[in-house]
Design a protein around this ligand. Structure first.
Ligand code: ATP
Ligand code: MG
Length: 446
């Protein structure tokens, strides 16, 4: 059964023309499972190889085409009619995004060969993405800034202990990644890691989500449900946004942590659980305690050990490293060739304040990689152009103001390139380290 599933070769033909349709019976006979549809109706259809009959109207809708092609696990072949769409018009687009192309009329033997090669490549990439190093790095806490290096050291010490850890940090700074790292490095690593976001669920549901319920416990409880605590038995439970937990549930949680037993909703028997609890929050819990919104006793239970994730703007040198990491990761994922960042893009990134931290960086780089038309990812591909355009067009009336602007720009460029090594950054600008530090301070870049 499994064997049959892995040998299945699935072909999707998008916006087929008559020539394409005539091809299909032969392909089916050759063992392809063939499906066809319009570009707008692709939905969740999965396939190993896709054929897109490229037409002039697609050029106006390049974003939709790119989005389709960026999905992982599929190689795409363009089918062109050189009467309506000469290759010199679409050459760059096709060579950038497609595995191969065919011109009409079809040379059936050549089509078969190309499809076979594309299928092989799709499988290779699919397998690669599961086992490759990139995938392992995906869950690694990367960074060479002092903050991240110290965080890694701390996690290595905390992971083997059985203590709860409270993880604090701004949104998108890697709190969940920290929790996963703690789990992975603990003796519980082979057991489950279960996460629950306490803020994302209606109050009435959290209780049964956390502790489960018995059949008939309330209307709609048609069968017994095992809660997250039980699912995590032997492993780690990650309570995300624990500050959002309603007071009543805070009391329940406290009891469970003390007694190491849970009771399913509507149940009469306590169930013993062996779970290590990690909690994260972006709110100020001390403040919440003062405001009567968070129980102090629960706070002390959860906050046995504490780690903080630093905002990206404070992590010297990590920006370029992480940006390159994501560029590489997503190029593997989308099958596009890797791209570097233009100088302009690096400077724009260095100037941006990253309120959404690493998550924002990852999203912008993914977007940049998809939108980039040229050899490099530009600031506008990252959605950072306007911000920069804005500062660049500040009314710099005096020469002094121009000089100041240029000085700041030079510092940002140097940081973007060598933020991990300030001696090198200073040397690049031809100034001493103390002068470099003085300028960092002057422009409030750190
Ligand atoms: N140091 C890092 N190295 C590599 N990837 C990172 C790092 N920090 C964060 N990421 C990635 O950034 C994204 C956001 O991280 P994560 O979800 O852990 O943040 P969070 O603090 O839990 O965010 P939120 O507050 O929004 O829930 C994830 O894709 C994560 O893998
Ligand atoms: Mg999170």
């Amino acid at each position: 059964m499994l064997e049959a599933a892995t040998n299945l070769r699935r072909l999707l033909v998008v916006d087929p023309c008559d020539d394409c349709r005539r091809l299909l019976p032969g392909l089916r006979a050759a063992g392809w499972e063939v499906d066809s549809c319009e570009l707008d109706n692709v939905g969740n259809r999965g396939c190993d190889v896709g054929l897109l009959r490229l037409q002039p109207r697609h050029l106006e809708r390049r974003e939709s085409v790119k989005e389709l092609i960026s999905r992982s696990g599929t190689e795409w072949i363009a089918v062109l009619n050189l009467d309506s769409l000469p290759l010199n018009e679409v050459g760059d687009f096709v060579s950038e995004w497609f595995f191969d192309f065919h011109t009409l009329p079809f040379d059936v033997a050549r089509v078969q060969v190309t499809l076979g090669r594309a299928f092989g490549m799709a499988r290779l990439r699919g397998r690669g993405s599961i086992h490759s190093d990139e995938h392992e790095h995906e869950h690694e806490l990367l960074g060479e800034s002092r903050d991240v290096r110290e965080l890694r050291k701390l996690l290595a010490k905390f992971a083997p202990t059985e203590s709860p850890v409270l993880i604090r940090g701004e949104s998108g700074t890697g709190k969940e990644l920290v929790a996963r790292t703690l789990h992975r490095q603990s003796r519980r690593a082979i057991r489950p890691f279960v996460a629950i976001n306490c803020g994302a669920m209606p109050e009435a549901l959290i209780q049964s989500e956390l502790f489960g319920h018995e059949k008939g416990a309330f209307t709609g409880a048609h069968q017994r449900k095992i809660g997250r605590f039980e699912q995590a038995n032997g492993g780690t439970l990650f309570l995300d946004e624990v500050g959002d937990l309603p007071l009543e549930l805070q009391a329940n949680l406290l009891r469970v942590l003390q007694e190491k037993q849970i009771e399913r909703v509507g149940g009469s028997q306590p169930v013993t659980v062996d779970v290590r609890v990690l909690a994260a929050t972006h709110v100020d819990l001390e403040q919440a305690i003062r405001a009567g919104q968070f129980r102090e006793d629960l706070y002390y239970r959860l906050n046995v050990l504490q780690v903080s994730t630093a905002p990206l703007r404070e992590r010297n040198g990590d920006l370029a490293l992480l940006a390159n990491h994501f560029a590489h990761l997503y190029s593997v994922e989308t099958g596009r060739r890797p791209r570097r960042f233009s100088d302009d893009a690096l400077a724009a990134m260095a100037e941006h304040s990253w309120p959404g931290n690493v998550r924002e960086l990852a999203n912008r780089v993914r977007r940049g990689l998809v939108l980039a038309e040229g050899r490099q990812i530009e600031a506008r591909d990252l959605g950072l152009e306007r911000e920069r355009g804005h500062t660049a067009h500040l009314p710099l009336v005096t020469l002094e103001a121009y000089k100041l602007g240029a000085e700041r720009q030079a510092m940002c460029d140097a940081l973007a390139r060598h933020g991990d090594n300030l001696s090198v950054a200073a040397r690049m600008l031809g100034i001493s380290r103390p002068t470099f530090y003085r300028l960092l301070h002057k422009h409030q870049l750190r």
